[in-house]
Design a protein around this ligand. Structure first.
Ligand code: URA
Length: 198
């Protein structure tokens, strides 16, 4: 039967593209299998490659601040990437790498069935938009906008944000970034409240 553990074991032996040769560790993703919120980054960076965990470097530190801004803890959400291996020198993912590796991500989503998918950066957003039949234009235009699709027999919200690494390069974007995330925080609170009222 499909499970996160099974997907993880497959990733840890994956040789479907050449990135397994240059990576140090596979980074399958981590978090709760009951997560309502699923964050998707681009690919592991140097720290993540060394530790086998997603978002544990400087972009990860900012992401953790955002997660706590949402009133959540890392263990309550699921964090993964489009690619599970670090591309050499952090180069952009290649279309063929996204195609083969993206399948692991789709399987993780299918197991978790989150109600909110948060895409971090253009590679993650364009892959998820394409998968769910949405039109991707640019991360600048789409950032913070909430889209709704039908998936796994439920309404699923999809939101894109700049990659946290972009905010580290351009700190002038940070205030707007946090404001947009706060809107998602409100959405989560409303959802939690309606579940409690139910
Ligand atoms: N950037 C990403 O896209 N993912 C990580 O896990 C770390 C940095």
């Amino acid at each position: 039967m499909e499970s996160l553990e099974r997907i993880r074991e497959e990733i840890l032996q994956c040789k479907k593209c050449e990135l397994y040769r240059t990576k140090t560790k596979y980074v399958p993703g981590s978090g709760s299998d009951k997560a309502e919120i699923f964050f998707i980054g681009e690919a592991p960076g140097r720290e993540e490659d060394a530790r086998g965990e997603p978002f544990v470097g400087s972009a990860g530190k900012l992401l953790m601040e955002i997660i706590s801004l949402l009133g959540l803890r890392r263990e309550e959400v699921f964090i993964s990437n489009v690619l599970k291996c670090r591309p050499p020198k952090n180069r952009d993912p290649l279309p063929e790498e996204i195609e083969v590796c993206g399948n692991y991500l789709l399987r993780q989503l299918e197991v978790i069935k989150p109600s909110i998918i948060i895409c971090l950066g253009r590679f993650s957003a364009s892959f998820i938009f394409k998968t769910f039949g949405l039109q991707f234009s640019s991360i600048t235009k789409l950032q913070g906008k909430i889209f709704e699709v039908e998936a796994w027999g439920r309404r699923v919200k999809i939101v894109s944000f700049y990659h946290p690494a972009a905010i580290l390069y351009k700190p002038q974007l940070r205030a707007e970034y946090e404001e947009n995330f706060k809107k998602i925080g409100l959405l989560i609170k409303r959802r939690q409240k309606s579940l409690l009222d139910y």
